[in-house]
Design a protein. Structure first.
Lengths: 310, 310
């Protein structure tokens, strides 16, 4: 099944306590595509923009996996270039610079042959542009959307206009609270659902992720890694694993979204094991299957219900 | 099975955005006993100290459930009295005062008939006193221990001397990192295990709790409450539910600790629904069973392993 992803195709320079990587593949669309293309039947179509300095050849490994990069526009100027430095505990980072370059004027143009995409992932860009993308596509079965504090604050009206057209909103816990202006996550999720999305995915980094549907909540723990190498892109890889799984099996009655949460978490956990999208170059189906099984084992218990006073 | 708990028997005045409660039952031993005494076969024995101002009659509901309060010493002076105020989001609080009163000179004396307790829970007190308790008991099958940043910093030597005699250390994530002086939780847990405890329980508040055994990790999510009423005592109620379950079914081969984590989380989630230990006065076995089942459903998923490229 086809998945259209619209997002950033960037270059990252990353410094961590364990080393650094210079001008490597980054951006939401790249991490998403690297993870989503692992799934059988997921035909990923990327729309983004790069400058004339972008190392297009480096994207070759995505093409080889069937990712359609023909929607990446090449514009005159510099590519989106982010430089960041992670602190000792890897939970916080400083942005050294964000050079938007050609991304500053990004106006997504969805190629004719991408418009019938069944699933759409709107990476973290201006909600005005996200709306514009939805105006260009036919009638997707499933629309998932990422956003961030910057847009919640600065483009709130556009975001609220977008929500009724979104099936799955993916945010982190702080963003959910900010959007709903309420400290309680359950309340915040319900608030968001009342404004459109049938499902809300709340990402909590090392604390895992939660899926809110109409009635229930699904919870997947953070994968306990002995060493996080580079946290960049974990959220987008999560989205890629999540949407890739759904493209492979279909959203079904909604139960499939629970498994998608686990595949997304697995993808996110692999992303942080290496710089850039590098871990996805070598990842095998068996490694993914094993990690999904580990997630299951981490929450499995049997109990004696007779232990309580009658 | 008998569980000896040594901890604070206090009075709390609590202010939350939803109301306030004055001079109500508080302290680790009370919350622990209220939760642990729900379990069949768990005979809870409390050792603590109160001043001559303590409303002993208020503890009647614990005695009625078979909690043995004969180890609570009555000393001349004021009882441990804590006053706190929770902020809007209930995740942070200000301590208005901590009046230790007679608790400042607390020297646990374990009554003769408590010394053969099979399970021991060392509430959050000076590790020097926790060691002293262990010197007074016979040969408990299971020793669990709580501690906090204050002791990790100020009584580190005693704490490190205590660890080899502890089977289960219960701390929160910040305390685990502080104790092991390492930002990675998995690393911190392994560091602690190398110093004695076979199991490490890491409590993460709204983010749930984790159990580290020799090889595996078990994860229980935080129970998603629409409204947290008063977070005071959640951690001690967790410990009470955890130890109460184990006293009822036995620690077995360790798998029982996974279920204990869920019963502990259920107990903690009930504790925050009312002031003080009040929720435990009315809690029914059916309510607990339902919540345990909710915890199971929150992490249950089925998946199609064929979704990954071969």
């Amino acid at each position: 099944m086809s998945i259209l992803v619209v997002g950033s195709v960037a270059l990252d320079t990353v410094e961590t306590p364990f080393g650094s990587a210079e001008r490597v593949l980054g951006g939401s669309a790249n991490f998403f595509a690297a993870a989503a293309s692992l799934f059988s039947g997921a035909r990923v179509q990327v729309v983004g923009v790069v400058g004339d300095d972008y190392p297009m050849a480096d994207l070759g490994f995505l093409s080889e996996r069937g990712v359609d990069l023909s929607g990446i526009e090449r514009a005159e100027g510099e590519s989106f270039y982010w430089k960041g430095r992670y602190h000792y505990d890897l939970n916080s980072r400083d942005t050294i610079w964000t050079r938007l370059g050609v991304f500053a004027d990004f106006q997504p143009r969805i190629p004719e042959n991408f418009r019938s995409a069944r699933h759409v992932f709107l990476g973290n860009i201006d909600p005005v542009l996200q709306l514009d993308v939805l105006d260009q596509v036919d009638a997707p079965e499933l629309v998932a959307c990422d956003t961030m504090n910057f847009w919640i604050e600065g483009s709130r009206d556009a975001l609220l206009k977008l929500l009724p057209r979104v099936d799955i909103l993916m945010v982190n816990d702080a963003e959910a609270r900010q959007l709903a202006d309420h400290p309680n996550l359950l309340h915040a999720a319900r608030w968001i659902q009342e404004r459109g999305p049938r499902w809300v995915v709340i990402k909590k980094g090392e604390h895992g992720a939660m899926l809110y549907d109409e009635e229930r909540i699904f919870f997947v723990p953070g994968y306990p890694l002995e060493s996080v190498f580079d946290p960049t892109g974990a959220g987008d890889a999560f989205a890629g694993g999540f949407m890739g799984y759904l493209a492979s099996v279909g959203p079904g009655n909604g139960d499939e979204l629970r498994a998608a949460m686990v595949y997304g978490s697995a993808a996110g956990s692999f992303a942080v094991e290496a710089f850039s999208v590098d871990r996805f170059r070598t990842l095998t189906p068996l490694e993914i299957a094993r990690r999904v099984e580990e997630f299951r084992e981490m929450t499995f218990f049997e109990h004696d219900a007779g232990s309580i006073h009658g």
